[in-house]
Design a protein around this ligand. Structure first.
Ligand code: PLP
Length: 393
């Protein structure tokens, strides 16, 4: 059967091939170390699980309003106020089944055929596909490694055309861990205001910043920038709740209303027990969030120090998220492979370490390693990578 053109044009996830191969090796009994994970390795805190359980026992097992329960929206409003001093009303919040779905719906309601969205590279794999699925055209702007993988105001200005509808800012970034400073955001924001370009600020890694760094939302910088911005956030990464599927968008009520409308015909509502869990996540103790941040921060310090001593590896030190994105051009050259993808495949085959090639993130000279796994596992992985290099050089 002939499939729709829109799915024929989808780029398959670059992580799939490597994950499939890693799983096949595992099934054969090999001791594979997967550093591809995009989720915290901690379980969801107990009080959140308990809240979901109680809600179900109390009979909250039915549909809720599309776009999420008012009670949850109020908890999110309070969270914005508490953590970022941002004032939203519940009418300016729409809750979706994960930040990914919130982004998907956002592009669906924003874009007409041919509208352009500026996507800084390296990017999270789903941005280009979601933009294309909505009929939009991704316009890539290179966040240069020498600029900490961040785009400059000059680059942004040069990329704007009369078709530009939005720009995505993902800080801290997946895959690079780059964090934009307040001044940098101000400059980018001024340009967006000047050209009336909407800012999609994906802040899913907001809570995961290290070494005294501060997360700033572009919406915090002025009332005009708040008006120009749709914030995307959720509990997946902050509260280790990837499987609960709760994310949200906050911004202008006219956009939020359109998103709610669209969701009412697709997902209806995010899972009801998950919504109760998210209320507990935001209204209960934030201690587990701090504990996880601290654990990730400690791992980052240790792993980063060791990673940059592996021959042929250079790495911009991330300030947030839980990924390292080393440049392995030199490592690939030293070992005689034709590309990073081939080098990654050989590393998996021979040393049973699964990394994600940077090509899927629009940065083919890098690889992504997640440090959302135990320190012992990370150290063993680094030992194997070093051995691989020693043997091949
Ligand atoms: N945005 C970025 C940058 C991500 O890395 C992810 C998950 O990997 C998401 C959004 C989606 O998160 P969620 O689990 O809430 O859908």
């Amino acid at each position: 059967m002939e499939l729709a053109n829109r799915v024929k044009a989808l780029t398959p996830s670059s992580t799939l091939a490597i994950t499939a191969k890693a799983n096949a090796l595992k099934a054969e009994g090999h001791d594979v170390i997967g550093l591809g994970a995009g989720e915290p390795d901690f379980n969801t805190p107990d009080h959140i699980i308990e809240a979901a359980y109680s809600s179900m026992k109390e009979g909250h097992t039915k549909y809720t309003a599309s776009g999420g329960m008012l009670r949850l929206k109020e908890a999110i409003v309070k969270k914005f106020q508490r953590d970022q001093q941002l004032q939203y009303t519940p009418q300016e919040i729409v809750v979706g089944t994960g930040a990914k779905q919130s982004l998907y719906t956002l592009f669906q309601v924003l874009l007409n055929e041919g509208d352009e969205v500026i996507i800084p590279t390296p990017y999270w794999v789903s941005y280009p596909e979601q933009v294309k699925l909505a009929g939009g055209v991704p316009r890539y702007v290179e966040g240069k490694e020498e600029n900490g993988f961040k785009i400059t105001p000059e680059q942004l200005s040069a990329a704007i055309t009369e078709k530009t509808k939005a720009v995505i800012i993902n800080s801290p970034s997946n895959p690079t861990g780059a964090l934009y400073a307040k001044e940098e955001l101000q400059q980018l924001g001024d340009i967006c205001l000047q050209h009336n370009v909407l800012i999609v600020s994906d802040e899913i890694y907001e809570k995961l910043v290290y070494d005294g760094a501060q997360h700033v939302s572009i919406a915090q910088l002025s009332p005009a920038l708040k008006e120009q911005t749709i914030i995307i956030n959720g509990v997946s990464k902050s509260h280790s709740m990837t499987g609960w599927r709760i994310g949200y968008a906050a911004g202008k009520s006219e956009i939020i209303k359109a998103m709610t409308n669209l969701d009412s015909h697709s997902t209806s509502n995010p899972a009801t027990p998950s919504q109760y869990a998210a209320i507990a996540a935001y209204e209960g103790t934030q201690e587990p969030v701090d504990m996880m941040r601290q654990a990730f921060g400690e791992r980052l310090e240790k792993v980063y120090k060791e990673l940059v001593t592996i021959p042929g590896f250079t790495c911009v030190k991330p300030q947030g998220a839980f990924y390292l994105f080393p440049n392995v051009t030199e490592a690939v050259a030293l070992t005689g492979f034709a590309s990073v993808d081939e080098w990654v495949a050989a590393l998996l085959e021979e040393e049973k370490v699964a990394l994600v090639p940077g090509s899927g993130f629009g940065s083919p000279q890098n690889v992504r390693l997640s440090y959302a796994t135990s320190l012992e596992t990370l150290q063993e992985a680094l030992k194997r990578i070093r051995r691989f290099m020693d043997q091949k050089m």
